[in-house]
Design a binder for this molecule. Sequence first.
Ligand code: PEP
Length: 257
Amino acid sequence: MKKRRRYIIAGNWKMNKTAAEAVELARGVAREWGNEAGVEVVLCPPFTALESVARTLEDSSVLLGAQNMYPADAGAYTGEVSAQMLRHFNVSHVILGHSERREYFAESDAFINEKVLAALGNDLIPILCVGETLEQREQGDTLGVVDAQVRGGLKQVTIEDAENLVIAYEPIWAIGTGKTATPQMAQEVHASIRGILADLFGSGPADTIRIQYGGSMKPGNAAELLSQPDIDGGLIGGASLEAQSFSGIVGAAAKAR
Ligand code: PEP
């Protein structure tokens, strides 16, 4: 059965690629998927490569995302960038609350919530990342942890804005480790997130919100994960740094739809 939601595959390049290397990678992806209408493809280079990648993607359907932003419009926030600055480069998506931001930069749900609201207020689609540590999973706390992160990150989001949200479920123990949640493990959490979204916004809007899986997704395991009823795409780290492996995952989504 075809899903009603369009798959979204996003590459999070993290702190990798100079502007020149980023252009080369973006070109490789756009060559392969630049006119593919069936899957939403988003590339998230570091800030320093946004402008050059934006130019590279000008005539393609591949979209541009950022990896973070600051919630204020402007001001004395050394080292930060605002939603408007991102919009200026044709950025359409922004990853917020990635586990690396939560861990290394002590980002709280409340701060991430400020960013989500600022992104939505500036016509950016937030990709809100949630996920449990290995310890939390082993203690049986996965669904509780994810519940708190989803509700905390989405405070005051209106029903009208809800359809512009993307959630990424990323079990921290699966990020960059080569360990992937089984499709059944991931589906259980995705279904639970959809239930929370229905509680917050009603089942109509909840049915339209895409929930990506992230954590060592590769061409070889993508099809099975994407075939789960509540998995609507992938947030890809390691495998997005090379055009061929990223394209393999986009290809799996194109076939899965
Ligand atoms: C990520 O960091 O968002 C991620 C999913 O990384 P990887 O694909 O390398 O596990």
